[in-house]
Design a protein around this ligand. Structure first.
Ligand SMILES: C[S@@+](CC[C@H](N)C(=O)[O-])C[C@H]1O[C@@H](n2cnc3c(N)ncnc32)[C@H](O)[C@@H]1O
Length: 389
């Protein structure tokens, strides 16, 4: 948001001190103590200058409102508006929507408004959009079951893209409209909304209701492409079986100059995620047949690009080498990745691992460039293959 620098910002912020929660973390789980009679706790993310905040809080004195805004120059205007209206059911956090779970406890919030968030039109910035799946999964953590997100935008591309993000993060869509005010003004307008509406831009709106998370598409896709295996995420109770499989491949670790695996190193691998990713993107997967673990696959959806499936690790039980198992699994990956909405697969193969490099080449992966292992240090070939049906 562009704004002329406000004079005396600090003084103006301080004069709204009774609405401004300077340190929101201690308030986590206790927001209702600010208004014990409140029926619901409603959040607004990126409230800007706060026309919507002030008018909504005034229209619903039975609810408690908290507005989060990371630009103090805008937030101070929103606070002044609420103070002028004499509102006692609205509070402000000068913070980041990405940190909601630091400010609010699980299930504490009933409803969340996202109004006219910045569209970040370039694909490489899509993760900054407040309706990106990763943000939505963050909001889930503080929203109660059945809680809602009310989303409005003038930007049609952002809106259509967001309609795909909501279901992936476990939000059921309703009230989808691409022209909210077609038959007259509907609901309370925001500052941006009024501006765009006056310019004749149709306003898009939808509601997302928190439901169960969908099954992970990439696992579903793997199961349907490799029906001969029972495929599921490795759990704590499986770690010993994973270690046994890895110990059978001791030569692999020796060849690459890596330390032999331990229960601890496996748990660390299961928990480690690449930079800028969240745990939901990572799948440390086992392929079982008749109760026996036959292979391990470590996958990261959406890394390093939004529609790339990263293969972090693949290992087959030593007694099953040279029987075509590895080939069968890897041959299924491009189609499984495409089924799950990915357009490519990537991996990093240690340069010392000539046999592995040859295997991935035979399987259709091509060298993209030289790189380094995620932890830094060892040189790898970054290899890529397009996803395909
Ligand atoms: C385009 S303005 C819309 C303001 C207001 N909602 C409206 O409709 O008039 C987007 C606002 O979101 C704020 N914002 C963007 N990203 C944010 C984030 N991660 N956390 C909190 N606020 C954010 C910006 O500072 C800006 O004030």
């Amino acid at each position: 948001m562009r704004m002329r620098k406000k004079k005396n910002l600090e003084r103006r912020m301080e004069s709204c001190a009774d609405l401004w929660i300077k340190d929101p973390a201690p308030q986590r789980g206790k927001w209702r103590e600010l208004m014990p009679q409140a029926q619901g706790l409603r959040l607004e993310l990126g409230c800007g200058k706060g026309r919507f905040t002030a008018e909504t809080a005034a229209a619903h004195p039975e609810d408690l409102y908290v507005a989060v805004e990371r630009v103090p120059d805008a937030m101070v205007i929103a606070m002044e508006r609420c103070r002028e209206k004499g509102l006692h059911n609205v509070f402000f956090i000068d913070g980041d929507a990405a940190c909601l779970s630091d400010y609010f406890a699980p299930d504490e919030v009933d409803l969340l408004y996202i109004n006219f968030c910045d569209p970040w039109p370039s694909v490489k910035h899509s993760r900054r959009r407040l309706t990106h799946e990763n943000f939505l999964r963050g909001y889930r953590q503080v929203l109660r079951d059945g809680g809602q997100i009310h989303f409005k935008s003038d930007n049609r591309d952002l809106f259509e893209w967001s309609l795909f993000q909501f279901p992936k993060a476990g939000f059921e869509l309703s009230e989808v409209t691409r022209n909210l005010h077609e038959h007259g003004i509907c609901g309370i307008m925001t500052d941006y909304e009024e501006k765009f509406h006056n310019l004749g831009t149709p306003i898009n709106r939808c509601v997302g209701t928190k439901v169960a998370l969908p099954d992970v598409p990439v696992l579903e896709a793997l199961r349907s492409r490799l029906p001969e295996w029972d495929i599921r995420e490795v759990e704590e109770g499986d770690v010993a079986a994973v270690l046994a499989l890895m110990e059978g491949n001791a030569a692999y670790y020796a060849l690459q100059g890596q330390e032999q695996p331990t229960l601890r190193s496996i748990r660390e691998d299961m928990a480690s995620i690449p930079p800028r990713c969240i745990p939901a993107q990572k799948h440390y997967v086992g392929l079982w047949r008749e109760g026996k673990l036959e292979a391990i696959l470590d996958l990261v959806e959406g890394y390093p690009r939004e529609r790339t499936l990263w293969i972090g690790f693949f290992m087959v039980e030593a007694g099953l080498h040279r029987q075509g198992l590895g080939r069968t699994v890897v041959e299924a990956l491009p189609a499984a990745a495409a089924d799950a909405g990915m357009d490519s697969l990537r991996l990093g193969c240690l340069k010392e691992n000539e046999q592995g490099h040859q295997f991935w080449k035979t399987m259709g992966f091509q060298d993209l460039r030289e790189g380094e292992t995620l932890g830094g240090g060892s040189a790898v070939w970054i290899m890529e293959q397009l996803a395909e049906h």
